[in-house]
Design a protein around this ligand. Structure first.
Ligand code: CMC
Length: 433
């Protein structure tokens, strides 16, 4: 077996001097060629979409897309989903370690006691149209937290960062639930702090002041699992957005709002909502063939939503866990014969056997199943991505804190391959054709 290389050399076909670059190794995963000094040689690398570029170093989450591995701080996602709740996982992501019993109690108490929003914030909700998408409201209201919760302003101070993390974890569920309540014209429900994190969110979504609401423990557990599975995913689009926005020293609430905006897209967090919309459009098992044909047609922009992943090429470990949870929830609710869920299961089966999907390693991803679970729980499609955002807040704030704790971090400033006009002279308007 050959030794691992420690240096790479770029050679040029015009006789220019070669450039030697160090190769760095992390604790797990691919080695990286350190190109930080390349620009001094008058050359950049070109990598749209960051297909081959590590933009930071991080201790938080590890993914091996080939092997289907996902670790938070070294712990396999399967073990965390089986044995932990979202509060423990959030503590792990933000503080680096699973809490002991006392730490968990303290952390949970801190988060629980900050779930209420500044009363003035309810006016911000009221400024939106009733039919605004919950993600539009989330972007706006989370961004507006920067005007309500002034940290001491020192993002380089660990305690300030911790307070911000607690505020976000505590208040984002309230904001998400209120964006739904506003949408359907029901009164905002205040948090009920005797409930756990998942139950409390369900209470704020489904309770009304007129009737008592008792969360179903199977559904609350399933919801908590959705939060755990979506809590972090290393340098995905929204997390990279949070880091890039934060790299300039921007306000953390504004940075998280930027992450929410990025998550909204159908290629990222919007996939769970898009999956259900697609299932509704397919409508019947007899029409699956037609849509599979469209997904394969390169002249058609249609893609099978909830299938494929940039990093996981064999299987998404979160999907396997969510698939199991999906069946538990459908059983609990007696929904196994519901036409929509039968359709989803038929689509899953056909796509898993189809040569096009098999050869491209396109498997159902976590959002295929999480969308089905949330629909079964009575959560409307439009809230799916908002719930993803509330889960991912734990990861975003952990990644933002990690970046700011590193005194050597730099403002994110990619370069470009310019392909526009070369220099040309100004033409007065009267002479322009
Ligand atoms: N349906 C049909 N064909 C697909 C799909 C799909 N969902 N996904 C990829 N392909 C094809 C694609 O056309 C290409 O084919 P060819 O090689 O013949 O040109 C090949 O598979 C490789 O695709 P790609 O576009 O190079 O893959 P990517 O890594 O750029 O895209 C993706 C990854 C997730 C954006 C894409 O698979 C997709 O759009 N999936 C549907 C949306 C979705 O479910 N997104 C949620 C991802 S999980 C949540 C999260 O972590 O944010």
């Amino acid at each position: 077996m050959t030794n691992k290389p420690t240096k790479a050399t770029i050679t040029f076909d015009n006789g220019a001097a070669p450039i030697e670059l160090p190769i760095l190794s992390g604790s797990l995963g691919n080695d990286v060629i350190d190109i930080r000094n390349l620009s001094k040689h008058g050359i950049f690398t070109y990598d749209p979409g960051f297909m081959s570029t590590a933009a930071c170093n991080s201790n938080i989450t590890f993914i091996d897309g080939e092997k289907g591995l996902l670790y938070y701080r070294g712990y396999p996602i399967e073990q965390l989903a089986e044995h932990c709740d979202f509060m423990e996982v959030s503590h792990l992501l933000i503080n680096g370690e699973l809490p002991n019993a006392t730490q968990k109690q303290e952390f949970t108490r801190t988060i629980t006691s900050h779930t209420m929003l500044h009363d003035q914030l309810s006016n911000i909700f009221r400024g939106f149209r009733r039919d605004a998408h919950p993600m539009a409201v989330m972007v706006g209201v989370v961004g507006s937290m920067s005007a309500f919760y002034h940290t001491k302003g020192d993002i380089h101070d660990a305690q300030s960062r911790e307070i911000t993390a607690h505020q976000l974890l505590a208040k984002v569920p309230t904001i998400a639930a209120w964006s739904y309540k506003y949408n359907i014209g029901q009164p905002f429900m205040y948090p009920a702090n005797h409930l756990n994190y998942a139950e409390n969110f369900m209470h704020m979504m489904f309770a009304t002041p007129c009737e008592q609401y008792v969360p179903n423990p199977v559904l609350a557990k399933a919801f908590d699992r959705i939060l755990i599975l979506h809590a972090d995913h290393e340098q995905n689009a929204s997390t990279s957005t949070v880091r890039l926005a934060g790299s300039s020293g921007a306000n953390p609430f504004a940075c998280i709002a930027a992450g929410i905006a990025s998550l909204w897209g159908p290629a990222h967090g919007g996939a769970n909502e898009a999956t259900l919309k697609m299932l509704e459009e397919i409508g019947d098992i007899s029409r699956i063939g037609e849509f599979i044909k469209r997904a394969k047609d390169k002249t058609d922009t249609f893609r099978l939503m909830g299938f494929g992943h940039r990093v996981y090429r064999n299987m998404d470990p979160r999907a396997a866990i969510m698939r199991k949870t999906c069946h538990e929830v459908l059983n609990e609710l007696g929904l196994n014969d519901d036409p929509m869920f039968k359709l989803a299961m038929a689509l899953e089966k056909i796509a898993l056997e189809d040569e096009y999907f098999v050869s491209r390693q396109l498997y159902p991803n976590v959002d295929f199943y999480s969308g089905i679970v949330m629909r079964a729980m009575g959560i409307p499609n439009s809230m799916f991505t908002a719930i993803f955002a509330l889960a991912r807040t734990a990861g975003w704030i952990a990644q933002w804190s990690e970046m700011n704790a590193d005194s050597g971090h730099k403002i994110g400033r990619p370069r470009q391959l310019y392909t526009g006009e070369t220099r040309r002279e100004f033409v007065p308007i009267v002479k322009r054709t």
